[in-house]
Design a protein around this ligand. Structure first.
Ligand code: RP5
Length: 165
């Protein structure tokens, strides 16, 4: 199976991006985690993306905050799908990173998830890999079924829970 790359702009992003790792581990998808900054290590970020396909990656997840150029820079240097995770910052609460990540020019797409949406980035990466992997596709379908069952269980118990209020 192809690997997923999880790249973050700073180690201060790790707590959020670790949630993506847990999802990938749940599906037994191989992955690597790296810290490369579009601004502080531009050469290393570009080189990683340029070599990613040859190094066995199928998807790149890029998480960055503030003036979040990382996902776009990686996307500019590879034809692999890049999923951008805009990360919350103290001043603008992630809207800065959201706009920087999502507003890519035509021809260089970044599939942008929600602010701090690292789990969905991993689910999306799994779905991309599952296009050519029936066993993975079945695992994802089972996961969706479990989610539905959990909601229906809550539905069945909601009248009882109302008495708590
Ligand atoms: C971004 O700047 C990083 O992705 C991080 O979210 C933010 C702050 O980085 P540090 O100053 O904590 O290293 O490039």
């Amino acid at each position: 199976m192809k690997k997923v790359a999880i790249v973050m702009g700073s180690d201060s992003d790790l707590a959020v991006m670790a949630k993506a790792v847990k999802v990938l581990e749940g599906y037994e998808i191989p992955y690597e985690v790296h810290v490369y900054s579009a601004h502080r290590t531009p050469q290393q970020a570009a080189d990683f993306a340029k070599n990613a396909k040859d190094n066995g990656f199928g998807v790149i997840i890029a998480g960055a905050g503030m003036a979040a150029a990382l996902a776009g820079v990686l996307a500019a240097n590879t034809t692999l799908p890049v999923i951008g995770v805009p990360l919350k910052s103290a001043v603008l609460e992630g809207t800065d990173a959201l706009l920087a990540t999502v507003m890519m020019p035509s021809g260089i797409p970044v599939a942008t998830v929600a602010i701090d949406g690292s789990k969905n980035a991993a689910y999306l990466a799994a779905e991309i890999l599952a296009v050519g992997d029936e066993a993975l596709s079945e695992k994802i379908a089972e996961d969706r079924k479990a989610q539905s069952e959990a909601v229906l269980k809550k539905d069945a118990g909601i009248s009882e829970r109302l008495k708590e209020f």
